[in-house]
Design a protein around this ligand. Structure first.
Ligand code: PEP
Length: 248
């Protein structure tokens, strides 16, 4: 596990203002686990409200547009989420890739614009079950990263990678600790090669995919794992905090 594990809740398309009580509970409890970096990414509509409630936890967005302001009805760009109080943005989530046909090239442009706006970035990658069964998981994931990683800006300590096998997201299935460790080692080797070992060492690699209070400790004990990106279990403060405890 990383020196300071990073546990990030992705609320996806869930949450009205009634969820602010969960954010308050997470924030209060996080003060007892200062060795763990805790963050949540609510939907756009709650970023500002959660930011105002939170003293301890990081607040992020789940996506942003790659461009500056302009005629893009319904879109939100990186400086707008930063203005609302977000400090980071999740990019390249498999649900964005699937639901919105996001390509690695678009994700790369979003990363560049997020870094430009002063945001930290959590870049998601992960293979489908067909790709894993075909024995191509590693080459697929490294290909996603090669195409999306920022090359014009030094991400220094503003980049986090989240390895999330698609078949483990929201399914209750998790990858084995051996598979997680092997993929994380391959990602680390790519980061070393791309940014050099000093910069790479600052980049945490999270695991995501059905992380829950009852499996968090085992997954987070894998030495290569720097934390977790948590979907379903982050919607309840009790479950999410169970994962934070597993990281502490
Ligand atoms: C996710 O979507 O990032 C995720 C990991 O979801 P879940 O924890 O529900 O599998």
């Amino acid at each position: 596990m990383a020196e300071r594990p990073y546990i990030v809740g992705n609320w996806k398309m869930n949450g009205t203002r009634a969820m602010l009580s969960e954010a308050r509970a997470i924030d209060r409890a996080a003060q007892r686990y200062m060795k763990v970096e805790v963050a949540v990414a609510p939907p756009y509509t709650l970023i500002h409200a959660v930011h105002k409630e939170a003293e301890q936890i990081g607040i992020g967005a789940q996506d942003c547009h790659s461009g500056a302001e302009g005629a893009h009805t319904g879109d939100i760009n990186a400086s707008m989420v930063a203005d609302a109080g977000a400090k980071f943005v999740i990019l390249g989530h498999s649900e964005r890739r699937q639901d919105h046909a996001e390509t690695d090239e678009l994700i790369n442009a979003k990363i560049e614009s997020a870094l430009e706006a002063g945001l930290r970035v959590i870049l998601c990658c992960g293979e489908s079950l067909e790709t894993r069964d075909a024995g191509e998981a590693e080459s697929f994931v490294l290909g996603q990263l090669r195409a999306a990683l920022p090359i014009f800006q030094d991400p220094a300590d503003r980049l986090t990678i989240a390895y999330e096998p698609i078949w483990a997201i929201g399914t209750g299935r998790t990858a084995t600790v051996e598979d997680i460790a092997a993929m994380h080692r391959a990602i680390r080797a790519l980061l070393d090669e791309t940014f050099g070992e000093d910069v790479s060492a600052k980049v945490r690699i999270l695991y995501g995919g059905s992380v829950k209070p009852d499996n968090a400790r085992e997954i987070l004990a894998v030495p290569e794992v720097g934390g977790a990106l948590v979907g379903g279990a982050s919607l309840s403060a009790e479950n999410f905090l169970g994962i934070v405890v597993g990281a502490s």
